[in-house]
Design a protein around this ligand. Sequence first.
Ligand code: ATP
Ligand code: MG
Ligand code: FE
Length: 335
Amino acid sequence: AIVLGIETSCDETGVGIVADGRLLGAALSSSMDEHARFGGVVPEIAARAHLEAMVPCVSTAFERAGIAPSDVDAIAVTSGPGLATALQTGLAAAKAYALAWNKPLYGVHHLAGHVAADTLEHGPLPPRSIALIVSGGHTSLLLLSDLARDPIVHLGDTRDDAAGEAFDKVARILGLPYPGGPAIDRAARDGDPTAFPFPRAMLDSGFDFSFSGLKSAVARHVGQGGPAVPDVAASFQEAVVDVLTRKAVRSCREHGVDTLVVVGGVAANRRLRALAAERCAEAGITLRIPAPSLCTDNGAMIAAVGDLLIAAGAEPSRLDLSADPSAPLTRAALT
Ligand code: ATP
Ligand code: MG
Ligand code: FE
């Protein structure tokens, strides 16, 4: 099916058009710079920016895809989780297009979108896989079967900060610019990852994560007098990706799964990509990580879920579909 996807859960207005698992065209507008001086996303600023960017992004996506609205079979939209005012802007736009063009509407869980992003690059997922979602608000290990049909099983989640949140907070402690993830990734390039032995919480117990102790350890360390930023960044980053990759590989072993998918904004991290590749190769696990532009928020990933839902014969959502800012991840579809 040909699906227009709309994503506005946070600070990127993402529009993407997907046809039978293939990305036809996309457009992205970010209000990131407008939030930088506040050190985090301001919901009202994000919502206003979505409103301004929506129509231009939709036009650009259609131009790039080389198709017209009449060619589209359905509209897919992120209806949760995320910032309420930001989600509502995307939902209003998606409903308007669905009504005006007389197309079915599919509400999509944002994190299922992160997973589906990988299928645009690497094709359909195998019958069983494990997904490591590492983003700004979430860190989870998921046991997946059919993403469009089956319930999503949580093997583990973070008990406090998400991995991306830890990157953002530690960047702030180090005086690095917002958003922190890419800044730490860059700073760590010139640092020694073994300079400081930061804690690896819950490394060998279960599949839950905890990153707030690590953040506090970095804060204490920095407070004791100016250690070199690159060394702290590299050592912090190493602690995070060590835990993420060790647990992900162990979860595959314990569940007899041979495919690991790593998605979400933090999956753009170079050290995470390298260490995951190394450890999966050792363990005989097939690793799938999409290109960085598909790891961070985008509209194509939401279209990809809509496409999968249609292929699975799922019912469209009702037009009174409402935003669910804290939607739990149990199914890809939010109706
Ligand atoms: P969620 O998906 O949980 O709702 P979100 O949509 O805000 O949250 P994403 O857009 O998936 O999150 O990812 C943003 C996060 O990814 C931020 O915390 C950012 O710092 C982090 N990030 C982006 N690039 C990198 C990188 N190269 N290294 C580490 N972290 C990164
Ligand atoms: Mg973002
Ligand atoms: Fe996201």
